[in-house]
Design a protein around this ligand. Structure first.
Ligand SMILES: *Cc1c(COP(=O)(O)O)cnc(C)c1O
Length: 436
């Protein structure tokens, strides 16, 4: 049965105002609810796995700020660390002990990188990693995969059309053609395309970049064998392999997708979880590769607010919890149980929907296909179903990301009660989606 629409009076009012101030009323486009029903909800506060909007509606949150909040909202250890730092100043533009502490916590628990550099966002981390790869290899071209998102820097806002290798079709206005020409886009899970690109652009490719597990355009879980093939072919051609772990880093485990696939990438980028909810990004590599970064080397990269003390304090507090033994095992088990309950329901009902999952990430795909491993396999028409499910979920107090291409996240703050409530709501929402 359809649930009654929640009140969005205050949110709608705030959104009307916001439209006067910001393009589309938002400071990041995905927040605008363009592909789901209604106006965006203006959030007033969050606590544990719960959110409250301006109209006083309460939700169980599965967006988790798009990934960072693996410990949920308002975690006491993070809050206290931030509060303790606030009394000491917000920024110095000089080194602090806190940067050392976060670096040590990461490096001593991650065998895939030897040195790290902190920046302020995932976009900045990836942009810097690309520059490092180009500076290190003295080559210009990079290869990315269709459906992988790596932030909004010029070189990476390029997507593929159809065909084996599509050149320089920009997906954003304002990206110079000359930049786009240096970015080659191929399909995921396609060994032939990968082999061909190294034939066509022999000795020109600085780096191949891939998301640890692609999770920005659905959840496109790659086979381990393919990722190992990617490692081998890049190595054979003197091309660096960049793992963009802005989502998967500290999510699939403390050592992220590198450990999950048992792969040694050349450069790894981080963001989201690493700052415990504050704006932090990072990139890391071997000491040898990192020695190319200024002031040691010729690749320039800087930041006024890099290593910001308040953000570092939040990151340290968050990562200390994540580094505790058993943290990820428990979270994954919880996620598995949650997903299995919904899976058995959709199987019983024979609904055309799959729930893909890795670690504590899940994605609802309205498809009959058993696996979805490349962007082309996603049917855009299936997003209509997501739209209905999203509305029905909001009306039942469940907050999912406002697009069917977005994955959902389970946090350690989701209780059994939260998840049971969510399962019931999801079942009802799916019934409305498929049966009206
Ligand atoms: C979110 C994301 C980015 C961009 O990070 P921002 O902090 O939004 O700039 C880059 N790469 C991946 C894989 C991401 O998920």
């Amino acid at each position: 049965m359809k649930a009654q629409d929640i009140s969005r009076e205050k949110s709608a009012e705030l959104f009307e105002k916001a439209k006067k101030y910001f393009p589309g009323g938002v400071n990041s486009p995905v927040r605008a609810f363009k592909s789901v029903y209604g106006t965006p909800l203006f959030i007033e506060k969050g606590d544990k796995a719960h959110l409250w909007d301006a109209d006083g509606n309460e939700f169980i949150d599965f967006c988790c700020s798009w990934g960072p909040l693996i410990l949920g909202h308002n975690h006491p250890a993070i809050r206290e660390a931030v509060q303790a730092q606030l009394g000491k100043g917000l920024s110095f533009g000089a080194p602090t002990l806190l940067e050392n502490e976060l670096a040590e916590l990461i490096l001593s628990n991650n065998k895939y990188i030897e040195k790290i550099r902190f920046v302020s966002s995932g976009t900045e981390a990836v942009m810097s990693a690309i520059r490092l790869a180009r500076g290190y290899t003295k080559r210009d071209k990079i290869v990315k995969f269709e459906g992988c998102y790596h932030g909004h820097s010029d070189s990476l806002l390029v997507k593929a059309g159809s065909g084996l290798v599509t050149f320089g079709e920009t997906s954003s206005a304002g990206v110079p053609k000359a930049f786009a020409d240096e970015t080659i886009v191929i399909s995921l899970n396609d060994k032939k395309a990968l082999e061909q690109v190294f034939v066509d652009f022999k000795d020109q490719i600085a780096a191949v970049i891939i998301e640890g597990v692609p999770a920005n355009n659905g959840l496109l879980i790659q086979d381990k064998e393919y990722i190992h093939f990617l490692r081998e072919i890049t190595k054979a051609h003197g091309t660096l392999l960049i793992f963009d772990e802005v989502i998967t880093g500290f999510r699939l485990g403390f050592e992220g997708a590198a450990k999950y696939y048992d792969i040694q990438p050349d450069i790894i980028t981080y963001g989201k979880i690493i700052g415990g909810g504050m704006p932090v990004g990072a990139y890391g590599a071997s000491a040898e590769i990192m020695s190319n970064i200024s002031p040691d080397g010729a690749v320039y990269q800087a930041g006024t607010l890099s290593g910001n003390p308040v953000a570092m304090a939040a990151g340290i507090a968050a990562l200390q919890v994540l580094a505790q033994p058993g943290f990820y095992e428990k979270l994954e088990k919880t996620t598995q149980q949650f997903v299995e309950e919904i899976r058995s329901f959709v199987t019983e009902k024979n609904y055309e929907v799959k729930i893909f999952t890795v670690g504590s990430i899940f994605w609802f795909a309205f498809t009959a296909q058993e696996k979805i491993q490349s962007a082309e396999q996603i049917d855009p028409a299936s997003m209509e179903k997501y739209k209905v499910m999203h509305r029905e979920l909001l009306n039942r107090g469940i907050y999912f990301g406002p697009s069917g291409y977005e994955v959902g996240f389970i946090s350690a703050a989701h209780t059994e009660e939260d998840l049971n409530k969510a399962v019931t709501a999801i079942k009802e929402a799916l019934m409305v989606t498929f049966e009206g």
